[in-house]
Design a protein around this ligand. Sequence first.
Ligand SMILES: NC(=O)C1=CN([C@@H]2O[C@H](COP(=O)(O)OP(=O)(O)OC[C@H]3O[C@@H](n4cnc5c(N)ncnc54)[C@H](OP(=O)(O)O)[C@@H]3O)[C@@H](O)[C@H]2O)C=CC1
Ligand SMILES: Nc1nc(=O)c2c([nH]1)NC[C@@H]1CN(c3ccc(C(=O)N[C@@H](CCC(=O)O)C(=O)O)cc3)C=[N+]21
Length: 289
Amino acid sequence: MHILLDGKSLSESIRDQIKTYVERITSRGYREPSLAVVLVGDDPASHIYVKNKRKACERVGIKSLFYHLPQNTKVPELLDLIASLNSDESVDGILVQLPLPQHIPQEEVILSISPKKDVDGFHPENMGKLVARIEGGFIPCTPLGIDLLLKHYNIDLKGKNVVIVGAGFIVGRPLALLMLWRDATVCVCHIHTKDITQYTKKADILISATGVPHLIKRDMVKEGAVVVDVGISKVGEKVLGDVDFERVKDKVYAITPVPGGVGPMTVTALLLNTLQAYRQNMNLKDGDL
Ligand SMILES: NC(=O)C1=CN([C@@H]2O[C@H](COP(=O)(O)OP(=O)(O)OC[C@H]3O[C@@H](n4cnc5c(N)ncnc54)[C@H](OP(=O)(O)O)[C@@H]3O)[C@@H](O)[C@H]2O)C=CC1
Ligand SMILES: Nc1nc(=O)c2c([nH]1)NC[C@@H]1CN(c3ccc(C(=O)N[C@@H](CCC(=O)O)C(=O)O)cc3)C=[N+]21
């Protein structure tokens, strides 16, 4: 029997705690935390993600501001908006939904966000803190969500073989740094890796983040491993993960479902990062609340 790593229910309990915290602090006369979400263009998947993030904010009492810019937005217009959000003291966190339209350089946008408001943790200052193991930076939401999920289920990372499939900017690469911080032995496979199976078979903890549906098959997984599935692909009406869940599940110690695994934890990590930004912005110390 495998353990289901239930990100949905862990998320609900963390979000309840956030809600209680926000209620307590606002009842003492502080303003509510706030997150500005910027979406450029009309990608339908991005629309759904942004809607879910805003709904999650509102449910816990975080104010969400939404800026929807047209597909043909010019780079300076977007940078002007970010500059005004950077200097607006009532805005704690800024999230620019990725991917951006082709004509907008992602690096330039990420660099323009104040590191203090960068709740995605993508700014090089925050990525640098992740490399240098400096506390107090923002850790990217999906890696942070996975870390919290593994911690909740008492899955120890120290000295374990963690194999990550996918080396994307949002998940794979920052996750590798975080797992290293947790003292795991980390191996990152990507599109140029020859024969990923030879690596995945050695994984105590296998994390896949490619967006290739059912890339991870039963024979690629070690008996008793922990499997974390980050991938989300829409195939017809169905949402599929990177892992062939039905054939893999009875071979492993624990596994995340898709949906209901890493996805909700990503959104919860965003709420936690926004709260962290708020507390740092308002200069609140642990003793204050
Ligand atoms: N559940 C959640 O909370 C989240 C889910 N996601 C999902 O995770 C997936 C990955 O997202 P993201 O990191 O942004 O995507 P990217 O496209 O940035 O990264 C995917 C990575 O996987 C690699 N890859 C692609 N195909 C293979 C393959 N056959 N074998 C090995 N490596 C491969 C890519 O290589 P290369 O670039 O060289 O092609 C790249 O390194 C997507 O399905 C996305 O929807 C993303 C964020 C949050
Ligand atoms: N700046 C930026 N930051 C991000 O964190 C970011 C981004 N851009 N662009 C896109 C990816 C993707 N992402 C997800 C968040 C939540 C779910 C999620 O809630 N998933 C649910 C529902 C899945 C479904 O039914 O579609 C689940 O897995 O249960 C999924 C994916 C954040 N991303």
